[in-house]
Design a protein around this ligand. Structure first.
Ligand code: PLP
Length: 463
């Protein structure tokens, strides 16, 4: 292939894809037994050469890519239980390839109206799943954090006087994801504007305690405007009492946001729906299709009960002069609903897997994860050396050594990781080092969970 030319004619494109395909097939076929952590010591991270004037040979380049790919935790594999897994559906990547080669501009609906409508159909379907009204809207983002930022800006616009932003106060539990605080910080709220309500029973926020915080702030002249509930915490998968929080927010006239980045899509299952009762009353919901819809990294979502609120918060009052040729399509421009103008087209990477595999495939996989977490909990709880205090609400199991301090738990964590049988990450709960399994990859099944538990048990002190 002539590397100096940009344009690929048909055989050249096929040649490129034909060179990549066997590598991807080998990757996928090897996932079951791939090393769970292929990262090399940082001293061996290579220096990558700058691009050559006349281009380089494709196979050599792909070898470089393969070697960089191997220097990583196997986040796509069935043995990945760290942080929040997902797996990365190949069908989504195929949709992405089509979106990239065709390179449609979807920031302004007029330039690709049907694709904008296709993406909108995905958001509409999400909104319907959560019982949101017809007036609901939303955007697909790069991830939950970006969605969170748009949410805070929207809540701020709806509920706070522009000239009194410093008085605004935000309420969330001490178990809420850091992205809420980060977004608030970026949106201009100082750290003390964020009230972390201590969690009680089951690591859930106590609405009465939240109300005490709100009352105290009002008495001191501040302006409470946003209440965030966790629809599944990253730490332990606990779900805040969303229905009670919705009532509190309504009484206090606060924007109520439900963070469903980890747990939201469990709403597709009947158990998940029961656990997330009240989420349908939220003003907004953040979701992460790259977690609980198993998509490759890079897709989050924000849903809002009233689509107009997104536009008010993100649009410019006077349209730019250089956009004067654009006609009204009747579709709201994504540029007016997010901080982006030029954007990657995200619709196809969600639409294709949902349409191709069908909703039941996702529901069944999520149900399986709920079963697996329960199974992991029961197996671990049987072991006298382990303290497994909570039965999982979603698909995360937390536990510790019954007679062991932080160091002992940390040592167990490292020993198990060194076996290379599976990948996990730890957290801190009640100020103590805590072991944690998050089961969410679509590739993780019973045999993988059993193997992980066997490895944990084998590495317990004195066994
Ligand atoms: C992952 C996560 C986020 C942040 O989402 P990113 O996609 O990582 O930016 C927010 N909230 C919860 C509960 C999460 O698990």
């Amino acid at each position: 292939m002539d590397g100096a030319r940009h344009e690929l004619d048909r055989p050249d494109l096929a040649e490129l894809l034909n060179a990549v395909m066997p590598r991807l097939e080998t990757f996928l076929a090897g996932l079951e037994h791939a090393p769970v952590d292929g990262t090399r010591p940082s001293s061996t991270v290579p220096e990558f050469a700058p691009p050559d004037e006349s281009g380089s040979e494709l196979e050599t380049l792909l070898d470089t890519v393969d070697s960089a790919l191997a220097d990583a935790a196997e986040t796509a594999g069935p043995g990945y239980f760290g942080y929040i897994p997902g797996g990365g559906l190949p069908s989504s990547a195929v949709g992405e390839l089509m979106a990239r080669v065709t390179n449609r501009f979807t920031g302004i609906a007029d330039l690709a109206p049907s694709l904008v409508a296709l993406e909108h159909s995905v958001l509409r379907w999400f909104a319907t799943q959560f019982g949101f009204p017809k007036a609901a809207g939303g955007i697909l983002t790069t991830g939950g954090s970006q969605a969170m930022l748009s949410m805070i800006v929207t809540a701020r616009e709806e509920h706070l006087d522009k000239h009194r932003l410093v008085n605004g106060r935000i309420y969330l539990s001490d178990q809420a994801h850091r992205s809420v605080q980060k977004a608030a910080h970026i949106a201009g709220f100082p750290r003390h504007a964020i009230r972390l309500v201590p969690t009680g029973d089951g690591r859930r926020i106590d609405p009465d305690e939240a109300k005490r915080f709100i009352d105290a702030d009002r008495a001191a002249g501040y302006e409470p405007f946003l209440l965030v509930g966790s629809a599944g915490t990253t730490n332990s998968g606990s779900v805040d009492p969303l229905d009670e929080l919705a009532t509190l927010a309504a009484e206090e006239r606060l924007w109520f946001h439900a963070d469903g980045c980890y747990g939201g899509f469990f709403h597709l299952t009947s158990r998940g729906r029961a656990a997330l009762t009240g989420i349908e009353r939220a003003d907004s919901i953040t979701l992460d299709p790259h977690k609980s819809l198993f998509l490759p990294y890079g897709t989050g979502a924000l849903l809002v009960r009233d689509a107009g609120t997104l536009v008010t918060a993100h649009s410019d009052e006077d349209p730019a002069d250089y956009l004067q040729d654009l006609a009204a399509t009747g579709l709201v421009d994504y540029a007016d609903q997010s901080s982006e103008l030029t954007r990657e087209y995200r619709g196809l990477r969600v639409w294709l897997p949902l349409q191709l595999h069908g909703v039941a495939a996702f529901r069944d996989a999520l149900d399986e994860k709920l079963d697996l977490a329960r199974h992991a909990h029961d197996m671990l709880a049987k072991h006298p050396a382990l303290d497994v205090p909570e039965s999982p609400e979603l698909s995360t199991v937390v536990f510790r050594l019954r007679d062991g301090d932080d160091d002992a738990n940390h040592a167990l964590f490292r020993r198990v990781n060194q076996t290379g049988r599976f990948f996990w990450s730890s957290t801190r709960l009640d100020g103590r080092f805590t072991l944690r399994l998050c089961i969410l990859s679509f590739r993780t099944h019973r045999e993988h969970v059993d193997a992980a538990i066997a490895e944990i048990v084998r590495n317990l002190p004195d066994t």
